[in-house]
Every structure is written in structure tokens, then in C-alpha cells.
Design a protein around this ligand. Structure first.
Ligand SMILES: NC(=O)c1ccc[n+]([C@@H]2O[C@H](COP(=O)([O-])OP(=O)(O)OC[C@H]3O[C@@H](n4cnc5c(N)ncnc54)[C@H](OP(=O)(O)O)[C@@H]3O)[C@@H](O)[C@H]2O)c1
Length: 304
């Protein structure tokens, strides 16, 4: 039985990943700030640790998935919150690297978090963005870039390192849960001019893609964790409205978004690049949900 250490394992993506790993017979260890809450959220076979020092020197850890991070979309980006975005991601990653640097046994593979925010601002451009594309500088880019750099120390420890540049993960929870209320009330619609891209991924494909990266020896470096068919914000809104049988024409003006949400609204809601998952697509990964409409139908029919 192989052993995996996960940070952020109690989160939206982490909880789904833990279930899949347990089903595939992994021994799962989750580093968490709150073991009591973790015990309620995760299967009983998951070992919860509050501190890396709890892990025995002789324990062999084959793989690491590093997802911990203060949520970005929960409100305005104050200076204090920006500091927590950094410390929760880069601080946790540095702790992990120091922990393994001090051990003789090191993981063979490390999957570390990042996001499509790495590519920075974009607004309806026609050129697809893959893992080799240059980034546009903004706060999201700087945060993701620092997160990736902090994880790069794992390469010096001999691990195969993958940076997951994750898109908007659609599932029960996460971003979709926040979008649903206005759409259900027929108050949904495009945000700003609606031209901004929304690279998305179904939670089942997200978990499958992480499992694929764990087992595929040829995958390393940046990996775009997004479905192969990103949609514009207008097309996403139309499709969500159609799946819910609700009109979705009420536009939220860009100015209102900026007043309500400040920089968070500008970078997460009004901007977005046409990110495509070239690396895993070229390597033969099969998406179960490559298109937005079947993905939303699957998720929303299960919610009844
Ligand atoms: N979901 C998406 O659509 C999406 C898109 C792009 C990138 N990502 C990135 O992928 C990662 C996982 O996403 P998710 O949606 O599963 O996140 P999530 O549900 O918000 O969970 C993140 C986990 O990180 C830990 N955490 C939160 N605040 C922290 C803090 N201040 N210090 C240390 N740990 C903290 C928590 O674990 P404990 O409470 O157990 O410590 C939490 O379970 C995140 O870093 C996120 O930025 C997600």
C-alpha cells in the first residue's frame, strides 16, 4: 500500500481526492489545522495530523499533494487577506520542503497547487493559452508564481514535481455553489461584457487528472487542470440558465463588480484567459466531461 501526504485535504478538491485515493487503496495522511473538523469531513481511514513532526522518521511517504491555501473568492482582497493568501500557500509549501529536506526518505512525486491565475489578466482574447504561454503580470500571477517557486525546492530533493494550474472546479461546493442562487431566482447572467474566458473543470475530471499526474512518469512541470473547451462568461451563463430552465439575461455591469468586490472582482470575475490543457491532452488523458453542458447537467441533476 503506497502512502500519500495531502495538505488542504479537508477542502473541496481534497475531500473528493481523499475518497478516490482510499478507494484505490492508498494510505492517506492529511495535514490539517483542525483535526476534529477533518475527522467529520473525511473517511475514518484517513490519518489526520496537525503537525509534520507527528510523522514517524521511519514512515515512507511515496507522494505529496499540496493544496492548502486561504480561499481567494470569499470577499475583498484586503492587505491582511493578501498576506494570508501568501503565508497559507508559500508558508505551508516551505514547511513541507524543509520537512523532507531533513529526512533521508523523500517522495517520488509531488503535485503542488497553482491556478490559471498564473497567466494573469485577459479579456476575451482569441489565442489559446497553454503551459508555455507567457503570463500577464497582476496579483494573481505573482501569488501563483511565488507558490510554484516555493515548491520548486522539491526538484532539488529528487521528486518529480507537477504544478497544477487549476481552473474553476465545478462540483457540489466550490464556485458553482456560489453562482447558483441568483441563477435559480432567474437573476443570473453575464458579468461585465461577458467576453472573459472561464476555463473550468468538472470535479470528477479534476480528481482523475491528479491521479493521472501521480501515476504518469512523463508528466512534470506546469499542468493546466482545465477542460479542453473553455467557455466565455456569456456562454457559461447561457448554458447554466438553460440547464436550470431559467432566463439568464441580467448582466452585472463591470462598474458594480468593481465597487462591490474591488480587485478580487476585477481579477477573478472580469478577467480570464482561454486556458487549454495541452500537456495532459497531448499525453493522452481522457476527459469524462470535455464540454460544459453535459458537465453542468451531470452536477445539477445530481443535486435534486
Ligand atoms: N476550487 C477551485 O475552483 C480552485 C481553482 C483554482 C485553484 N484552486 C486552489 O486549489 C487549492 C484547493 O482548492 P479547494 O477549492 O479545495 O480549496 P478549499 O476548499 O478552500 O480548501 C483549502 C484547504 O486549505 C486549508 N487552508 C485554508 N485556509 C488556510 C490557511 N489560512 N492556512 C493554512 N491552510 C489553510 C484548509 O485546510 P485545513 O482547514 O484542514 O487546514 C482547506 O481545507 C486552493 O489552494 C485553491 O486556491 C482551487
Amino acid at each position: 500500500m503506497a502512502t500519500i501526504l495531502i495538505t488542504g485535504g479537508t477542502g473541496f478538491i481534497g475531500r473528493h481526492l481523499c475518497q478516490r485515493l482510499i478507494a484505490d487503496n492508498w494510505q492517506v495522511i492529511v495535514l490539517t489545522r483542525n483535526s476534529k473538523a477533518g475527522a467529520r469531513q473525511l473517511p475514518g481511514t484517513v490519518r489526520l495530523v496537525g503537525n509534520l513532526d507527528q510523522l514517524e522518521a521511519e514512515l515512507i511517504i511515496d507522494a505529496v499533494v499540496n493544496l492548502a491555501g486561504e480561499p481567494l473568492a470569499e470577499g475583498r482582497w484586503t492587505a491582511a487577506r493578501k498576506e494570508r493568501f501568501y503565508s497559507s500557500r508559500i508558508g505551508t509549501t516551505e514547511q513541507l520542503c524543509s520537512f523532507f529536506a531533513a529526512r533521508t526518505q523523500r517522495p517520488k512525486v509531488v503535485i503542488s497547487g497553482s491556478a490559471i491565475g498564473f497567466y494573469g489578466a485577459g479579456n476575451g482574447g482569441i489565442s489559446p493559452v497553454d503551459e508555455c504561454s507567457p503570463a500577464v503580470d497582476n496579483f494573481s500571477h505573482q501569488l501563483c508564481s511565488s507558490w510554484e517557486q516555493s515548491a520548486s525546492a522539491f526538484e532539488a530533493l529528487g521528486a518529480r514535481l507537477v504544478y497544477l494550474r487549476t481552473g474553476i472546479v465545478l462540483g457540489h461546493g466550490g464556485a458553482l455553489e456560489k453562482m447558483l442562487p441568483p441563477f435559480k431566482l432567474a437573476l443570473g447572467g453575464p458579468i461585465g461584457d461577458g467576453q472573459q474566458w472561464m476555463p473550468w473543470i468538472h470535479i470528477k475530471d479534476m480528481v482523475a487528472l491528479i491521479m493521472y499526474c501521480l501515476s504518469s512518469e512523463d508528466i512534470a512541470g506546469a499542468v493546466n487542470a482545465t477542460a479542453p473547451n473553455p467557455v466565455s462568461n456569456t456562454d457559461f451563463s447561457k448554458t447554466l440558465g438553460a440547464v436550470l430552465h431559467r432566463p439568464a439575461f441580467l448582466t452585472m455591469p463591470a462598474l458594480v463588480v468593481k465597487i462591490l468586490f474591488g480587485q478580487m472582482g476585477e481579477e477573478l470575475l472580469l478577467q480570464g484567459q482561454q486556458v487549454i490543457p495541452r500537456k495532459v491532452r497531448d499525453s493522452g488523458f481522457n476527459f469524462q466531461y470535455p464540454l460544459i453542458e453535459p458537465a453542468l447537467r451531470d452536477l445539477l441533476s445530481n443535486k435534486k
